[in-house]
Design a protein around this ligand. Structure first.
Ligand SMILES: Cc1cc2nc3c(=O)[nH]c(=O)nc-3n(C[C@H](O)[C@H](O)[C@H](O)COP(=O)(O)OP(=O)(O)OC[C@H]3O[C@@H](n4cnc5c(N)ncnc54)[C@H](O)[C@@H]3O)c2cc1C
Length: 410
């Protein structure tokens, strides 16, 4: 038996099926809901995630107006505006329903991928011969099926993780929640905009020619939204946003999710691999969740086919996958912790934003480090100096930015 059971039909699950199908590995993807899947998300896909969509032909299945390109990130903090552009490529503001639909259509184009919706994993057990999974379909029909390996791509409250006893400590203690809603309005910027208030950030993602998503992330200890019209109570903290969308049609219901941080004791066990949010999630603040799931899916596609062929699927053999997962996970946790630290220290945050507002090179460097295309610690010496100078002597940084602009132009 060489079939892979993928539990969860979100970005991580479908992307894994697609990368494995490229190596002719047969998969069954089960999803407890139905496709296309919606989910609370900032919907900003970074250029590395967009590269995945192009590489595997997923972007061919996106509807014409299902996404909107953006060129970077813009922070607005009082009078401070810090703007970072991607060095190369563009991000997509992409409605989750359209991303889900495009991933599904790509998966359906492979005969070796079997897609089953309204089917959930109830239980499974592993032995030397394989995985026996108990699946429950919509009509309450239970079936026992055999697989070589199970991939848990079942999100923040992963059943696979629970059954495999891989639950671990979350990588952060902050109790953060997220929520979002879509509005019919032409995007007013080609960046994802982030606004800050005490304990709350607002994210504006353009996701269509006449669609903008507003998402919030907030710390429950610092801000408690009203029970009635909770989305409105968050929006009130950002009067300029409130004004912009005042008369706009609502394109979706406000939805929220939390607490966000989850961890695992290990990403693998005998014949079990955890991926995406099921493996690790800290916060949406760096907008990296989907791209990281795609990166992990590619790792599985590279490594698992050979392990299946050799029937080397015990915990020790799967460690190679966990090792390869560790670089993106470390990068994600480091940068997310850094960003969360700034949410708890408004003065430092303002100083950092002010410094970034004066150094486009530094901002670009952080964006690249976030995507894993450059090491966080390899900030050019001049940029480090500019950043520190901007933090400690914000009034005297204009001369540097002028030099930098001249250098950029040269
Ligand atoms: C507020 C917020 C903002 C965010 N902003 C961004 C952003 O801008 N950019 C970005 O890249 N990421 C962002 N993220 C993160 C991103 O949404 C997640 O990282 C991403 O959805 C993870 O994909 P996944 O497939 O692992 O999990 P999910 O998308 O949660 O998919 C899991 C699937 O598994 C299914 N499932 C669960 N249990 C079972 C079961 N027992 N049997 C069968 N199916 C099951 C679920 O129904 C679901 O469809 C944000 C997250 C939040 C909360």
């Amino acid at each position: 038996m060489s079939k892979v059971l993928i539990v969860g039909g979100g970005p991580a699950g479908l992307a894994t099926a697609i990368t494995l199908a490229h190596h002719n590995i047969a998969c069954v993807v089960i999803e407890k809901g139905s496709w296309p899947r919606d989910k609370v998300c900032g919907e900003g896909l970074m250029p590395t995630g967009v590269d995945f969509l192009h590489k595997y032909g997923v972007s061919d299945h996106l509807p014409h107006d299902g996404y909107y390109p953006f060129v970077g990130i813009r922070y607005l903090d009082g009078k401070i505006v810090a703007e970072g552009k991607f060095r190369s490529g563009e991000g997509f503001g992409i409605r989750r329903l359209h991303l889900s639909g495009a991933l599904l259509k790509t998966a359906q184009s492979f005969s070796c991928i079997e897609i089953r919706e309204k089917t959930r994993l109830k239980d499974f057990s592993c032995d030397a011969d394989g995985v026996t999974a108990l699946l429950l379909s919509e009509n309450k029909h239970e079936s026992k099926e055999e697989f070589a390996v199970v991939v848990g791509a079942d999100g923040l409250r992963s059943t696979v993780k629970q059954i495999a006893a891989l639950t671990g400590t979350p990588p952060g203690k902050q109790k953060r929640w997220g929520g979002r809603q879509h509005f019919a309005i032409a995007p007013w910027c080609d960046h994802v905009e982030i606004r800050w208030r005490k304990g709350v950030e607002a994210y504006v993602t353009p996701s269509g020619s006449c669609r903008v998503e507003i998402a919030f992330l907030w710390d429950r200890d610092q801000f408690k939204p009203r029970k009635e019209n909770w989305f409105g109570s968050l929006l009130e903290l950002f009067p300029d946003l409130q004004e912009k969308i005042a008369d706009c049609e609502e394109l979706s219901k406000a939805q929220g999710i939390g607490p966000l941080a989850v961890g695992c004791s290990s990403a693998i066990s005998d014949r079990v691999i955890l991926i995406g949010d099921a493996q690790l999630y800290l916060d949406g603040i760096t907008g990296e969740g989907i791209s990281m799931a795609f990166e992990q899916a590619e790792i599985i596609g590279e490594v698992l086919p050979e392990l299946i062929a050799k029937n080397r699927l015990c915990k020790n053999s799967l460690k190679v996958i966990e090792k390869k997962f560790s670089a993106p996970a470390k990068r994600y946790v480091t940068l997310t912790r850094l960003a969360l630290f700034l949410t708890r220290h408004p003065l430092l945050r303002r100083l950092a934003m002010r410094a970034l507002s004066r150094s486009a090179t530094c901002f670009q460097h952080f964006l690249e480090a976030n995507m894993g295309t450059r090491s966080l610690w390899k900030l050019p010496i001049l940029s480090t100096w500019q950043l520190l100078w901007g933090v400690f002597f914000p009034k005297y940084v204009n001369s540097f930015s002028a030099q930098e602009t001249l250098r950029d132009v040269a």
